[in-house]
Design a protein around this ligand. Structure first.
Ligand SMILES: N[C@@H](CCC(=O)N[C@@H](CS)C(=O)NCC(=O)O)C(=O)O
Length: 202
């Protein structure tokens, strides 16, 4: 049965669209209008009224990182979902770390720059977010020293999940020059054909 992915490409559903393209998983895309997310039909899919959500037969799942880790484990190919428990744990580590350490400050800046009327902008919140980001990016820069990807030489779900979060640094033109390993890794990840295909999903 074909899996269903709910959520517009210009939302966190982009993460899940990237993984299905990456692994060549057949899927049906239910793009959804943001205004319909709190309607009774969609609340049966995801009671949070948020996207993305996944339906795989009778199985429903929300939370973008959980969805991607599930799809990676189920449709793994070429070591994208690593074999050892330790490496799988590292994929969880980087996915949780991305949402807890990086996502919020990047989103604060993105929303302020592109989705907030000039008179409603909050320069103090943006300054605070800018102050927070060097700490995690320094950690990530160290983790990527001497390797192309988070777990070594293979692109895994850890890279996809974290790069999908870090991709928000592109529209805000975040300066990665103090963290060159992060800048190069992010370009490597976002240069993948599957990322580009996901972005072109209507
Ligand atoms: N932690 C959730 C966040 C989901 C989320 O907030 N999605 C946004 C779109 S990117 C949404 O559905 N917003 C609608 C709303 O909050 O009403 C995940 O990663 O899946």
């Amino acid at each position: 049965m074909t899996i269903k992915i709910y959520g517009p490409a210009a939302s966190r559903a982009a993460r899940t669209l990237w993984i299905v393209h990456e692994l060549g998983i057949p899927f049906e895309h239910v793009a959804m209008e943001m205004k319909d997310l709190k309607g009774p039909d969609y609340l049966k899919v995801n009671p949070n009224g948020k996207v993305p959500a996944l339906v795989d037969g009778d199985f429903k799942l929300f939370e973008s990182m959980a969805i991607n880790l599930y799809l990676a484990a189920k449709y793994n190919k070429d070591g994208f979902f690593p074999a050892s428990l330790e490496d799988q744990a590292l994929c969880n580590q980087w996915s949780f770390w991305g949402v807890t350490e990086v996502e919020k400050p990047l989103l604060t800046i993105l929303i302020d720059m592109f989705m907030t009327a000039p008179d409603k902008r909050k320069p103090e919140a943006v300054a605070e977010a800018q102050k927070v980001l060097p700490k995690p990016f320094n950690v990530l820069n160290g983790a990527l020293q001497g390797r192309d990807y988070l777990l070594g030489s293979t692109f895994t779900v850890a890279d996809l999940n974290l790069a999908s979060i870090c991709s928000w640094s592109k529209p805000i033109k975040y300066d990665f020059s103090p963290f060159p390993n992060v800048g190069a890794w992010l370009d490597r990840c976002l240069g993948r054909a599957a990322y580009k295909a996901a972005r072109n999903t209507k």
